[in-house]
Design a protein around this ligand. Sequence first.
Ligand code: 13P
Ligand code: SF4
Length: 312
Amino acid sequence: MNAKVFPSDLDAAIRQLKAERNAVVLAHYYQDSEIQDSADFIGDSLQLAQEAAKTTADVICFAGVHFMAETAKILNPSRIVVLPDLAAGCSLAEGCPIGRFRAWKAKHPGAIVVSYVNCTAEVKAESDVIVTSSNAEKIVRALPSDRPILFAPDKNLGRYVAKQTGRELILWPGSCIVHETFSERKLVALMVRHPQAKVIAHPECEPPVLAHAHFVGSTTALLKFAVASPDHAFIVATEAGILHQMRKAAPHKEFIAAPPEGNCACNECPHMKLNSLEKLYLCLRDLSPRLELSAELIEAARRPIDRMLAMS
Ligand code: 13P
Ligand code: SF4
């Protein structure tokens, strides 16, 4: 079939392909709404890894970014893992290349290496434990206190975890291009216009933005907080894709996207947004592009991920 020819009812075609292939579609909250609506499971990075670890599907279609699909493959080496666009990367993973990471580690012999899941499989393979935004605090608290701790690659999450736990972390100087874009100045102006609104923020945000937050957490934690809260209005400082599930779960509440500094759509992740419903259909139809990793890399990267799953 011609790659450019699409069925008139893409949703129905995707449902049919999922059944034929015994495929599961796992999607992150930052995906386009229509992708979220055709997914079997939507979650934060930890939940997506946990779901990937327990799936019995033959095919995992990962509607997210490359490092997330890598994690699914590491946990399921015998299954086919496809993603709508192989080029969907992450500024955090790209800003921490393995050569520089090794050199940084070598400067701190004896340190425990904690890596945020937003990193490459090569970096995971050389880490002691992986964390996500929902378990980083808990895992860092559980680490022995007699050794230095390296934390890569997100300095904002690292700084936040250090503050919460009182542990000293040596930080890799990376950040997310989406979360660093929120403007404190515009946030304060928005808070003045909406005095009843609670500010909820992802820990990848810069400290001046986090300082205004009434609640800080992973994407799932932000969603749960907003739904359970007695408050009715929220300014949301994370990628704007999460607003779709917030509005679905609490249609009577108001969710306002925190503004970026420029007049741009910079609060949308350009990597996540490379995926589309058309590409999702194609990857299920063609079982391509596939995520492939060597057996050695899978084995080495699995250890710190298993440690994280056990400690979560
Ligand atoms: P969580 O969904 O785990 O909070 O992560 C956010 C993120 O930026 C994923 O890349
Ligand atoms: Fe990476 Fe930031 Fe995009 Fe998440 S939002 S995938 S951390 S670039």
